[in-house]
Design a protein around this ligand. Structure first.
Ligand code: ZN
Length: 437
């Protein structure tokens, strides 16, 4: 199978006729490094931060990944310290600025700037990336923030309208019973949004005995859920599942799965992506997990060079059977340093808790907070309307090997309580994390 839509997009972006044959990975990389040198030149001459940061770099010599790995990283801290210093264009050319206040950081928020052209390239990626999921005349239910001009919701609905399809948005994406009603009323055939929201929707959909032939595709963003939760969505809604990775720093879109569903094809015309060992900063071979680092290739307002995302993932070494040359990102399991350290020095991750908690059919969502002194793990459940938390729930948590050991040593108190029981969920947009005090 060949993902025609993404293949056309790649040709378009590389300035080739739309229906040309695929380029090889080597041709694509050569083209990328040509774009990359232009980005470095533009950044070194027009952007105060990089004029200083790239001092001593001979740009013409950056021809391959090994050359690129000699350049210094850009960190989130750099962005927070003085975002205006990253601007490569005049402020009059900025079509959209996004402020990101990060949890757990007391410093100033990150500010990201985009020109109209930067935003258009994201709309284009959404347009071609959604091609395999949506047909003309269909409706997409989108759980996305920010429908203002330049916001992700607006860019997405523009991309869907280019496919001749429509987008509907809920008033409150966390109200799952209202989402079920909207899905029925709108007759949407595709749904897109945070994986935890779509998982909760699938739970209610199944419990109401609703048909499994209305929705044919779902695109999961932000969260990563265990395989068992993905299977729940696929079975309850009777749909194909696609995954997407992106962040505001990538101008929202970053990588998307093709019809093969075996890893997310990178947005190669717009970024060069590397995976490095988070401790040493050295590149790791394809197939090995590490921190995701990217360099923008087409960004005008605010190029980013070797930006450390803090997300963990790996590049799949083999070429996709769909034939596309764009590399695939996989196993994006969360953020660096997002695990909590239990009093006996064991790590506990949200992903492990997802695997224990989400199989309970009444659970729509949960949040976890961890207090160090005295050590208390508090799990707050959002459950389906009229449901009760299963009596097996507590036992299931307590029998998890890590928790069993530590509670036996009397070093950890676990509190479990039910918060929402009207069908609304606590998670918003963005990656779910264990909060720590
Ligand atoms: Zn593919």
């Amino acid at each position: 199978m060949h993902s025609k839509s993404l293949s056309q997009w790649l040709n378009l972006r590389m300035g080739r006729p739309l229906h040309s044959e695929d380029v090889s990975l080597e041709q694509l990389q050569e083209w990328q490094f040509n774009q990359l040198r232009k980005t470095l030149g533009q950044a070194a001459t027009s952007c105060p931060f990089y004029a200083n940061h790239l001092q001593g770099v001979t740009i013409e010599e950056i021809k391959n990944p090994a050359d690129l790995s000699t350049l210094p990283f850009t960190t989130a801290e750099d962005l927070r310290n003085n975002p205006i210093n990253f601007l490569c264009t005049s402020q009059d050319d900025i079509a959209r600025a996004i402020t990101l206040s990060s949890s757990g950081s007391s410093g100033p928020p990150k500010r990201l700037f985009f020109t109209a052209g930067d935003l258009e390239r994201t709309t284009e990626f959404f347009h071609y990336g959604m091609g395999p999921l949506v047909d003309e005349g269909e409706t997409v239910l989108a759980l996305l923030p920010d429908s203002r001009p330049g916001g992700v919701g607006k860019l997405f609905s523009e991309s869907i309208s280019r496919l001749g399809a429509n987008t509907v948005y809920p008033e409150d994406p966390s109200n799952i019973p209202a989402l079920v009603d909207l899905l029925i009323d709108s007759r949407a055939t595709c749904i897109l949004g945070p994986a935890i929201h779509i998982h909760a929707l699938a739970r209610l959909w199944e419990s109401h005995g609703l048909p499994d032939n209305q929705i044919h595709s779902a695109l999961l963003c932000w969260d990563v859920l265990p395989e068992i939760a993905i299977q729940t969505i696929s079975k309850a809604l009777g749909c194909e599942i696609f995954c997407h990775w992106g962040m505001t720093e990538t101008c929202l879109g970053g990588a998307v799965e093709c019809e093969e569903g075996s890893g997310m094809h990178l947005r190669e015309p717009d970024f060069y992506l590397e995976i490095v060992d988070p401790e040493t900063g050295l590149s790791v071979p394809d197939g090995t997990s590490g921190e995701i680092i990217f360099t923008t290739l087409s960004r005008r307002a605010m190029p980013l060079i070797r930006y450390k995302t803090g997300d963990i993932g790996k590049i799949i070494p083999e070429k996709c059977t769909c034939g596309l040359p764009m590399r695939r990102l996989d196993d994006v399991k969360g953020r660096l340093k997002s695990d909590i350290i239990l009093p006996n020095s064991e790590n506990l991750s949200l992903s492990e808790l997802n695997e224990i908690i989400l199989p309970f059919v009444e659970v729509l969502d949960f949040k976890v907070s961890f207090q160090h002194l005295p050590p208390i793990l508090e799990i707050t459940l959002d459950i389906a309307p009229d449901a009760k938390a299963s009596s097996c729930f507590f036992n299931s948590i307590m029998s998890h090997p890590k928790i069993k050991i530590i509670t036996a040593e009397n070093d950890l108190n676990i509190n479990i309580r039910v918060d929402n029981h009207n069908g609304s969920i606590s998670s918003g947009f963005g990656k779910r994390l264990i909060t720590s005090a």
